[in-house]
Design a protein around this ligand. Structure first.
Ligand SMILES: Cc1cc2nc3c(=O)[nH]c(=O)nc-3n(C[C@H](O)[C@H](O)[C@H](O)COP(=O)(O)OP(=O)(O)OC[C@H]3O[C@@H](n4cnc5c(N)ncnc54)[C@H](O)[C@@H]3O)c2cc1C
Length: 291
């Protein structure tokens, strides 16, 4: 594998990194683990003059939990660290499942959850659960910081709401409300380590009567960005959750999916799998919400 020529930059602070982004606007790319970026460089899909590694910037790699607020996953936290983190397993085990479902252990030891998010692939494994859990992406331009709701983060395949001089520094995942449950489901016909043909993240909150108070369902690989299953979410609100309501929600989710046919699956298969996986995700999420 040969790479195009570029100047490698390794800033040691966020301020320095953002200043470099500003200085070399349009000619610089960011690298975290590099598992997507190095492939794109080798395919000449991108030809930057500068490649900037984030690896030497301190304090970007932690995973922490603040009661009442939730989890913070640093930009350099590896997929493998999220997969195995006791904090993540305790507070948001589906984030660990999604990280585990990403690629092989070798890739998980290099790649980051943030890189998976910033790469903005509609089929990324870690996005649907983060959308279902209403996460926020913290973005910094070195002097100022802002939080971007994940629903507003994805603008198209490979395009995010980050400005050219911004670095995503952390993912914030709010604590689940009581009587809430989450699920992540993925299907990938070629092999378990292949990217998803369809993936679904679902979060549901029940009231004391077992009725749905909140439902968030995110569908991956069925549109140019991860899509919310809005019809299904609206249908579930205030309803007693039964096998019938969950099946109907699955059917409505398939209506909102807008997949294409490609090497991984046909449009028709994807629609069918949205229905199956949404129903399955809701059943699992409801099971957790009742415990
Ligand atoms: C063999 C193989 C198998 C794979 N299988 C899967 C799979 O099953 N499921 C799946 O979802 N993915 C899969 N991937 C994709 C990849 O591993 C993930 O997307 C990975 O999580 C990217 O993280 P990274 O740290 O390597 O990102 P990088 O490659 O370093 O960066 C990815 C993109 O995000 C940007 N970026 C990274 N961090 C930041 C930041 N902090 N701020 C702003 N921009 C940033 C980069 O500029 C780049 O555009 C696979 C990749 C390979 C090579």
């Amino acid at each position: 594998m040969t790479l195009p020529q570029f100047t490698f930059l390794a800033p040691t602070s966020l301020t320095e990194a953002c200043a470099l982004l500003e200085k070399h606007k349009g000619k610089i790319k960011i690298k975290a683990g590099g598992t997507d970026m190095i492939v794109r460089l080798s395919h000449r899909a991108v030809k930057p003059d500068y490649l900037m590694s984030l690896k030497k910037i301190p304090n970007l790699d932690g995973i922490s939990y603040t009661p009442g607020e939730g989890l913070t996953i640093g930009a350099l936290a590896l997929l493998r660290e999220v997969d195995l983190s006791p904090l993540v397993l305790e507070q948001a085990q589906m984030l660990a499942r999604a990280a585990h479902a990403t690629a092989t252990v070798q890739i998980r030891n290099m790649g980051t959850v943030m890189g998976n998010v910033c790469n903005a692939s509609p089929s990324a494994d870690n996005i649907p659960t983060l959308v279902a859990m209403n996460a926020r992406i913290v973005a910094s331009c070195g002097v100022k910081e802002r939080e971007i709701p994940i629903d507003e983060f994805f603008l198209g395949p490979g395009r995010s709401a980050l400005q050219a001089n911004e670095i995503a520094t952390a993912i914030k995942v709010p604590t689940l409300a009581p009587q809430s449950g989450v699920s992540y489901q993925k299907i990938s016909p070629r092999s378990k380590v292949d990217i998803a043909a369809v993936n679904i993240g679902a979060m549901i909150t029940l009231n004391d009567d077992g009725e749905c108070q909140v439902a968030r369902i995110s569908m991956g690989a069925v549109g140019p960005t991860p899509l919310r299953a809005r019809q299904a979410e609206t249908f579930l609100l205030g309803k007693k959750i039964t096998d019938e309501t969950m099946a109907e929600a699955g059917r409505l989710a398939a209506e909102d999916a807008a997949p294409i046919s490609d090497v991984r699956a046909s449009r028709e298969y994807r629609k069918l799998m949205v229905e199956v996986l949404t129903t399955r995700a809701l059943k699992e999420a409801v099971g957790f919400a009742k415990n």
